[in-house]
Design a protein around this ligand. Structure first.
Ligand code: KIV
Ligand code: NA
Length: 263
């Protein structure tokens, strides 16, 4: 596997080749992700749940994210490393630039932010500073207290239309990737078809350009998992094997299957 870049991911979308993304928070697992030839590592603020044991991502700080990004960076050379800007770290464009700079210094190649068209100024500012941006729409866990729980988003026509408009606005502002979390399959397909940038789904059906899963979920370490998760450790000889099977299932389109989707 050669070094993964935004350009190589864009080419995959244009060629209709699916790619896999997995979360990772430390060096030893990052080495296994690389050996399994997975293109992108997300240092997710889901570490607040699966590593720190919190019941949401809200307690995670920029310092926590920088620490885990640096750990991942030391474990791999080829995958693209994307790091989440945590809750409360991008409330203004200035704060966003400062937080993102910390994560890039720690070893990230790109940052991810949760939210819609209102982030356009921040995206432009980050791009001017040399920082590529992935956006995240649908169930954005940092807003769990606004949503009143972890629920599928974009179910009615008005919410679906608003998500499409947000996605287009984010792409126009310069976002280079988009994550869609827990959205109906047909809406995720519409957004994926409308955008030129690669769309990465989680609980968003089989039509997105890529899939992402939380490492602990796909390895069956998490106590209670969501509908969209498959345990790839079952029937695998090793963790590296489980990661390879996940990548292959994404690439050949066998994951996600009907039972992992919301219609
Ligand atoms: O933090 C995370 O793990 C994420 C993915 C679920 C997309 O943001
Ligand atoms: Na996240």
């Amino acid at each position: 596997m050669s070094k993964v870049s935004i350009q190589s991911l864009l080419k995959k979308k244009q060629d209709g080749q699916k790619f896999a993304v997995v979360t990772c928070y430390e060096a030893s697992y990052a080495r296994l992700v690389e050996k399994a030839a997975i293109d992108v590592i997300l240092v997710g603020d889901s570490l607040g749940n699966v590593v720190q044991g919190n019941d949401s991502t809200l307690p995670v700080t920029v310092a926590d994210m920088a620490y885990h990004t640096a750990c991942v960076k030391r474990g791999c050379a080829q995958p693209m490393i994307m790091a989440d800007l945590p809750f409360g770290s991008y409330n203004t464009t200035e704060q966003c630039l400062e937080s993102a700079t910390s994560l890039m210094r720690a070893g990230a190649h790109m940052v991810k932010i949760e939210g819609g068209a209102w982030l356009a100024d921040s995206i432009r500012q980050l791009n001017r500073a040399g920082i590529p941006v992935c956006c995240h729409l649908g169930l954005t866990p940092q807003s769990v207290n606004v949503f009143g729980g972890y629920r599928v988003q974009g179910r009615d026509a008005a919410a679906a239309q608003a998500m499409i408009e947000d996605a287009l606005a984010l792409e126009a502002a310069g976002a280079m990737l988009l994550v869609l979390e827990c959205v109906p399959t047909s809406l995720a397909k519409q957004i994926t078809d409308k955008l030129h940038i690669p769309v990465i789904g989680i609980g968003a059906g089989p039509h997105t350009d890529a899939q992402v899963l939380v490492m602990h979920d796909l390895l069956g370490v998490t106590e209670k998992t969501a509908r969209f998760v498959r345990n790839f450790a079952e029937g695998s000889a090793s963790i590296e094997h489980a990661l390879s099977r996940y990548r292959e299932a994404v690439e050949d389109g066998s994951f996600p299957a009907e039972e992992h989707c919301f219609n």
